[in-house]
Design a protein around this ligand. Structure first.
Ligand SMILES: NC(=O)c1ccc[n+]([C@@H]2O[C@H](COP(=O)([O-])OP(=O)(O)OC[C@H]3O[C@@H](n4cnc5c(N)ncnc54)[C@H](O)[C@@H]3O)[C@@H](O)[C@H]2O)c1
Length: 311
């Protein structure tokens, strides 16, 4: 089966491409930066092409060539500091180009990444897990654009009967994450490199999910026949930076992690209590325990430094 992945050389994207290839799919990866990840080891199963999702002609030309049955768009600007015109082009127009091309080419299932950012701060909901049916409170550029993407997907679905599914990933973590929220990554990778690191608030809350887990979620939902819902929370592990520091310290005694203040971060934290019952019930996803993922990330860093793994 032909699958088309936009943004396929990115942090999450290249893992999704590899999982799809492992499942035997023929994958076309379109990215503005195809050189960022090589799929040469996968031979003819993965074609990597350069294309700009903001250019409708690029999307149509490459998708027409690939004739995909399934499409996923993972291209995006991470963060909210981008110039409005530039961000709008990639995040809103790019997403629309993907949906419109999928419509014209009768793609069976289209997927995209939304984000837990649509929910905004946890304080909007109190001390309870947030579901997909809760009202969204996202305040910044990135969150607002994701909210528009979700609306656009619904509009295409209602007007054209398309099958479009979104996932709201939590704080995706992995050794090579460099864009967006990275405190929950650096608190592991910097001590693993032997570097001290400091953060403003010990009680700042995050909801990490390992990149291997979210890639599996995207692959599984994309290849399913007909998801029951149009949007799914990925869920993650609701945890404070202080608690992550304790886990890291358990593996790396003397890890130089410090905090300016013990309290003051929780109130300002984004959504970290997330209900992912939809995804678990329908797709049977199970994430590896978070502390095992912390050890995996430490050992990824150690491997890159030529050090033996910790057990
Ligand atoms: N990483 C996270 O923590 C996280 C959390 C929630 C949601 N998400 C969402 O998941 C998706 C993937 O995130 P990621 O972390 O892999 O991001 P990433 O920045 O690593 O990957 C994005 C990819 O899109 C490509 N791209 C950028 N502009 C393009 C263009 N004009 N045309 C074609 N390709 C272009 C980039 O080259 C890159 O390979 C995004 O939609 C992101 O918002 C990520």
């Amino acid at each position: 089966m032909s699958v088309f992945v936009i943004g396929g050389t990115g942090f999450i994207g290249h893992r999704v491409v590899r999982l799809l290839a492992q499942r035997g799919e023929m994958v076309t990866c379109m990215d503005i930066n195809p050189g960022a990840h090589s799929f040469a080891d996968l031979g003819a199963q993965v074609s990597s092409v350069r294309g700009d999702v903001t250019q409708f002609d690029d999307v149509m030309a490459q998708m027409t060539k690939a004739r995909p049955e399934r499409v996923i768009n993972l291209s995006y600007f991470i963060g909210s500091d981008h110039a409005p015109h530039v961000a709008m082009k990639l995040n809103i127009l790019g997403m629309d180009n993907c949906f419109e091309a999928a419509r014209l080419l009768n793609v069976k299932h289209t997927m995209y990444a939304s984000s837990l950012a649509v929910n905004g701060k946890q304080t909007h909901y109190g001390n309870r897990p947030v579901t997909e049916t809760d009202e969204v409170h996202g305040e910044y550029q990135y969150a607002k654009h994701k909210i528009v993407n979700e609306w656009q997907a619904q509009d295409y679905t209602e007007k054209f009967g398309m099958l479009i599914t979104g996932i709201r990933p939590a704080n995706v973590t992995g050794p090579d994450k460099v864009r967006g929220s990275v405190d929950h990554v650096n608190i592991i990778t910097e001590p693993a490199r032997g570097n001290p690191i400091s953060f403003p608030f010990k009680d700042a809350m995050r909801s990490p999910i390992h990149v291997d887990d979210i890639a599996e979620v995207f692959a599984r939902v994309l290849m399913s026949e007909k998801p029951q819902y149009r949007i799914y929370n990925s869920g993650g592990t609701g945890i404070s930076l202080g608690e992550i520091a304790d886990i890291v310290g358990g593996y790396l005694p003397g890890a130089g992690i410090s905090f300016d203040k013990d309290t003051g971060g929780k109130e300002a934290s984004g959504n970290y209590l997330i209900d992912n019952a939809r995804l678990v019930r329908e797709f049977g996803v199970q994430y590896r325990p978070y502390h095992e993922r912390v050890l995996q990330i430490i050992n990824d860093v150690r491997r890159d430094k030529g050090l033996p793994p910790l057990r």
